[in-house]
Design a protein around this ligand. Sequence first.
Ligand code: ADP
Ligand code: MG
Length: 340
Amino acid sequence: AQLANQIAAGEVVERPASVVKELVENSLDAGATQIWIDIEKGGARRIRIRDNGNGIAKDELTLALSRHATSKIATLDDLEAIISLGFRGEALASISSVSRLRLASKPAEQAEGWQAWCEGRDMAVQIEPTAHPQGTTVDVQDLFFNTPARRKFLRTEKTEFGHIDEVVRRIALARPAVEIQLTHNNQALRHYRPVAVHDLAEEPTTEQQAAWARRLEQIVGKRFGQEAGFVFNQQAADDLMVFGWLAPPQACRHQGDIQYMYVNGRMMKDKLLSHAIRQAYEGSLADDRQPTYVLYLQLPAQQVDVNVHPAKHEVRFHQARQVHDFVLSTLRDALGQLQG
Ligand code: ADP
Ligand code: MG
């Protein structure tokens, strides 16, 4: 079973940043409103994530660490309409198979906290009591200590931390109501403060827009926040909605570093959507500039298939043409207004 976990780990755990992504997504699925992320040595030495979410009950700690154990999918219908970020039940099993992992947790209704340890192939999980506030801590030490080939593949501390920083930025943009703190080698580097978010089914008020913009500026910088134009459009009949920020052509970046697209709260790098965005800019963008945007697309969960590949950011839309054209026409109009 551990070999299977290590093979699966190859798909889920490419580098420290992928561990951070999986663990923070678990915290979000658990309803956390505060997440603390502590990294040492680019994540190779330690990745510790603590949250104030629902927690894991004592007798479910071991289960959470085993393969294909997910509390998020109960029926095939659930699989058709995935709303949680995780659903494969692979992440914790995979990560624990290639590290020394401690899982500590306390659900609100449990009097004391409990923790489980496991180390690489040695799955003999021990359970013991521990002091822990409501929520969960996953402490991953010595990633890839037992898979030397993969450990060797890690880049410099700075590069690996850079990837982690980017993963955290993406998640922070997806969830403005969640407070996130990130440290590296005991130095506090990021503190994304929470803002009040509007109900995504309605057009935000000016105040709500300003709150989002504050968060946006914390994460992608003041400059983009000030230059970008706000976009909102809704196709009520089909429950399609897009909103976010778009830089006018002359303010677009030379690098494609601010290109964030979320579909139902998941960060995506989807060909169809990138194409629609590019086409909206067509004719107005200088050759050395890249479309620059932070956009959120919402649609009914049944209309998208996210069950593609754990590490890829692709989706399949059931009505691809319609989604493409909706995004294209919305952004075209918005750009027209920004310039005109
Ligand atoms: P998945 O997210 O696909 O369900 P994981 O391996 O990531 O699988 O997690 C396994 C299970 O462990 C989850 O279904 C959940 O029940 C539990 N779990 C993991 N992390 C947390 C957390 N931070 N808070 C509460 N429960 C968690
Ligand atoms: Mg998960």
